[in-house]
Design a protein around this ligand. Structure first.
Ligand code: ZN
Length: 925
């Protein structure tokens, strides 16, 4: 007899344990036996503890399955993946894994050998669930999919198991545990509300984010790979298993439809291999056809939703940059039955919605049933095209290697603008079009070739941050090489220990996308009309955002380079010199803040040198960290040099000039009920840099006496702070009534308001406190009546209002600002800095306020570095970051998200400096 399935302890849920029955010997435990409920049953959600114990049971019972832990989650749970294939294939998993790897990397493999391997190999298909945990359908569907994969016996399924190796994975275990428990907490099933629904209910949302730090942004972290789950997944898909297809399940479908599936609308990211987009369309078409053939109406594509293939940060889109077919589906469904509304235009069939669905009450099991068909249709596509998909991933990899080994060009929409401009006024040829000679002169301009590679010199000002950037590439499967000796390229010499990333590799599209600007096309509804909102950010070049210094090399080059096989530890730095007075550390190194925080924790003195510093012939910039000598400080300095690669200069005496004594800031990091993602990212970032802080909610701010407990109140983006005369900014579905939620969360309710919060913040400033506001939270300036205005406005009929999006629209791009390096907020920042701009507030300093100082300003009419900036000329003269001495305290306003998704390392210093500079400075008093 099989053992009774043991369920994880889930205090919030009561279910009839007695109803659980053990499976008879040789059979496989059904969901009902394991969970006491069917998967997809109305009013039921299984949590991750249940998934974990059920999967352990299934793996022990079936010869089609192998359970693998792919790493730990942010909260420390094991993250599981169930590998499923035929029993014969299961015996040779390593063999098929090696074939998939060789084909995907393509390195040193001839077409003939690739054909042979493709004939022999098995398609590898990743199918997941649960990434966005409030989208509850996919995690439940995943559990049923695994059960069915182990028990279905029809001829089609046997073929699918023979041809495919399926990687079933839960993307966000912590989220499934949180959301399922929250939904099930009400013992009366009819009172359970949760999941994503067309009728938003404040009780549906959990009190905190469904990922410990970043909530929904867990699908924006894939190229950055900051969080453990994205790191685990990236390792499995781009360094271990190399699936040809990556299927990422989401919710919810467009109103009036059941499910959105590919193909997607434009724009197309120009770095892709074209084959990946045509295969994506094939796979999508196969999925739609299957639903239609099974009489399952309501699937839509392309214009049916806003999803495009431009942005790299999500799980399905990063796949395209790695020559894998990334599938996203967005389905409706909720354990609490929901209405499927009728939308008139969705009742007319068209190419993007071939089979309309009738309005009805929709049950969860219907969605689960659709999901089973969608998985099967994709696995059928993978099976029928097995050999071709395996060969084609090789072909795309080999073509990438070839493109990186010869002159090649990436044509963007601006090149087409240039082509049209060059053709203007010239007589068109009889054959039509424009003069074909322009192809060579404009589109094959030698200066516009794609780089053969990038060199990151070891002697750059913040090398530890360059190493962090290289590790994001390594985590996503990119090949990075290290110079074992000094070398020269193009007349420039680089020291040993520098790094090189060649574009002659299978993942070339991803390499180009991380180093080169994204040149997003003008995407307007019609000429002169409003812009089409992009799926996510349009410009995100990670090397820019992280402030990495690199050289683009357009000619082929080689050198004493050795492949790096695992994540890089920072190269240990030297303590330079033998002085006995103390140490100087450059403020240009972000990790200097780790050193500072460790010194503060040890209650040791530390100072900033106001003004520029030179030591041992090196200019180490403004605001250098001065650490007086002591045995305890030496231990901290030595450890930082050895482990973080932070260089320190040992000198005999304290530097000349004014010193600012630092003190450990008591930081209040503000969050709100439900969780702000930027606040969560900030929490994560502060932990990485070892800043101590306390998370506070609006009720604490409103209670006053803030100065007693805090030196800094930090208001990150996304708190719902109103601006532009709004009374209240609306965040999500609103908040529940206190009596409807457990007592422990009631203190989190409330919002930052002009009536109650602003007077307390004003009192805090008056008492010498520092307020730092980032992104839309700079709306607090208006609440406090600070002397700044909005430069991005126009006056129509005597009324001042924000510029309309037909004139100015920057939905997420990297822009270059000029920096006032003398302001302590900018210590360590170069004179020109990359800022992430996402409809960010800007500031105009009202006349006669000399105590308000610009720190970062857009001085050009074309500040765009990467992305899309429609009407960017309006930014000229706008201040992005200001230091206001106001009401007796420091008010730092940072319009751009200086801590955007933990990516904008180039701008972190503005935030970190503010945390120390405010409390240390007496300038405002
Ligand atoms: Zn989602």
């Amino acid at each position: 007899m099989r053992k009774l399935v043991l369920l994880g302890a889930v205090a919030a849920i009561a279910w009839p344990i007695a109803s659980l029955a053990a499976a008879p010997a040789g059979s496989i435990t059904t969901p009902k036996e394991a969970l006491g409920h069917e998967l997809g049953e109305d009013y039921f959600l299984a949590n991750y503890s249940q998934l974990e114990s059920y999967w352990k049971t299934l793996a022990a019972q079936s010869d089609r399955a192998k359970l693998v832990e792919i790493g730990k989650t942010a909260e420390g749970r094991p993250q599981y993946m169930m590998i499923v294939s035929s029993p014969e294939n299961m015996k040779r998993l390593d063999h098929y894994k090696a074939i998939a790897a060789r084909l995907a990397k393509a390195d040193g493999l001839s077409a003939e050998e690739a054909h042979k391997l493709a004939r022999e190999g098995k398609t590898v298909v990743w199918i997941d669930g649960g990434l966005h945990a409030s989208e509850v359908e996919p995690a439940q569907a995943l559990m049923l999919a695994v059960y069915k994969a182990l028990t279905d016996k029809d001829p089609e399924w046997m073929r699918l198991l023979d041809d495919n190796i399926i990687l079933f994975a839960q993307d966000n275990p912590d989220g499934q545990e949180l959301v399922a428990n929250w939904y099930m907490r009400n013992p009366d099933p009819l009172k359970r509300v949760g999941g994503v629904s067309t009728v938003p209910d404040p009780l549906a949302a959990t009190p905190q984010l469904y990922h410990k730090y970043i909530g929904h942004d867990n699908n924006r972290d894939f190229y950055m790979s900051a969080q453990p789950e994205s790191t685990n997944i990236n390792r499995v898909i781009f360094r271990e298993w190399f699936p040809q297809i990556i299927y990422n399940h989401h919710q919810t479908g467009p109103t009036g439809a059941v499910v959105f599936m590919p193909p997607f609308r434009d724009p197309f990211n120009y770095t892709y291999d074209p084959l990946i987009m045509t295969e994506l369309s094939e796979a999508g078409a196969a999925m739609h056809s299957r639903l239609v053939a099974e009489d399952k109406p309501g699937s839509t594509m392309r214009s049916g939703a806003a999803y495009s293939t431009w942005f790299n940060g999500s799980l399905r889109t990063i796949s395209y940059f790695h020559n894998s077919i990334g599938i996203l589906t967005e389905i409706i469904g909720n354990p609490t039955p929901m209405p499927l509304p009728m939308v008139p235009k969705s009742q007319l069939p068209h190419n993007d919605l071939p089979m309309p669905v009738a309005p009805q009450t929709w049950h969860f099991s219907q969605s689960i049933d659709y999901s089973m068909s969608m998985n099967r249709s994709l696995l059928d596509y993978a099976s029928r095209n097995r050999e071709r998909l395996l060969f084609n991933i090789y072909k795309m990899g080999a073509d990438s290697i070839r493109r990186g080994s010869e002159d090649s060009w990436t044509v963007t929409s601006h090149d087409i603008d240039n082509l049209e401009a060059a053709a203007k006024g010239k007589k068109p040829p009889v054959s039509g079009g424009v003069d074909p000679a322009l192809f060579q002169t404009v589109l094959r301009d030698p200066t516009k070739r794609d780089p053969r590679g990038y060199i990151l010199s070891a002697d750059q000002p913040d090398f530890p941050t360059a190493v962090k950037f290289l590790n994001t590439l390594i985590k996503t499967g990119v090949t990075v090489q290290k110079a074992t000796a000094d070398f020269s390229v193009g007349g420039k010499t680089y020291p040993a220990g520098s790094y090189v990333v060649l574009t002659a590799q299978a993942y070339r599209p991803h390499v180009l996308d991380m180093f080169e600007p994204q040149d997003h096309p003008q995407d307007l509804e019609y000429p002169g009309g409003p812009p089409v909102r992009p799926y996510d950010t349009t410009g995100y070049t990670l090397a820019y955002q992280m402030g990495v210094k690199f050289d683009r090399v357009l000619e082929g080059f080689s050198g004493p380079f050795q492949r790096v096989n695992d994540l890089i530890s920072p190269t240990p730095a030297k303590v330079v010199g033998a002085g006995r007075g103390g140490w100087l550390v450059s403020h240009e190194i972000n990790d200097a803040f780790v050193v500072t925080n460790r010194l503060m924790k040890a209650k040791l003195p530390a100072y900033w040198v106001d003004g520029p510093t030179s030591v041992a012939g090196h200019d180490i910039g403004r605001g250098a960290l001065w650490i007086p000598a002591s045995p305890r400080a030496k231990a901290i300095v030595d450890k930082a040099a050895a482990e973080l690669g932070v260089t320190a200069y040992a000198v005999d005496r304290a530097p000349d000039g004014k010193l600012t004594a630092l003190k450990a800031p008591r930081i209040a990091l503000v969050d709100v009920y439900g969780g702000s993602m930027p606040s969560g990212w900030t929490r994560w970032l502060m932990e990485q840099f070892e800043f101590p802080f306390t998370v506070v909610y609006p009720q604490r701010l409103d209670a006053g006496a803030l100065r007693k407990d805090f030196d800094v109140v930090l208001l990150p983006d996304g708190l719902g702070i109103p601006s532009h005369g709004q009374k209240q900014a609306r965040r999500g579905p609103g908040q529940p009534k206190a009596e409807d939620i457990p007592a422990q969360y009631r203190g989190w309710l409330g919002s930052v308001t002009a009536d109650k919060t602003a007077p307390q913040l004003a009192a805090f400033l008056k008492a010498g406190g520092t307020v730092i506001a980032v992104g839309d939270s700079t709306g607090v300036a208006e609440m406090l009546k600070a002397p700044v205005g909005d430069p991005l406005v126009e006056t129509v009929d005597g009324k001042t209002k924000p510029l309309p999006n037909t004139k100015f629209y920057i939905p997420g791009s990297v822009l270059q600002a000029d920096v006032n390096q003398d302001n302590p907020l900018a210590y360590g920042v170069p004179p020109k800095v990359a800022l992430f701009f996402d409809s960010s507030p800007m500031f105009q300093i009202k006349a006669d306020f000399k105590d308000v100082r610009p720190v970062a300003t857009f001085t050009s009419e074309t500040p765009l570095m990467s992305g899309w900036a429609f009407g960017q000329k309006y930014l000229k003269g706008a201040n992005a970051i200001v230091d206001a001495c106001f009401d007796g305290g420091h008010l730092f306003l940072m319009g751009p998200e200086v801590n955007q998704r933990a990516q904008s390392h180039a701008a972190f210093k503005f935030l970190f400096n503010g945390l120390y500079y405010g409390p240390a400075s007496r300038a405002c008093r």
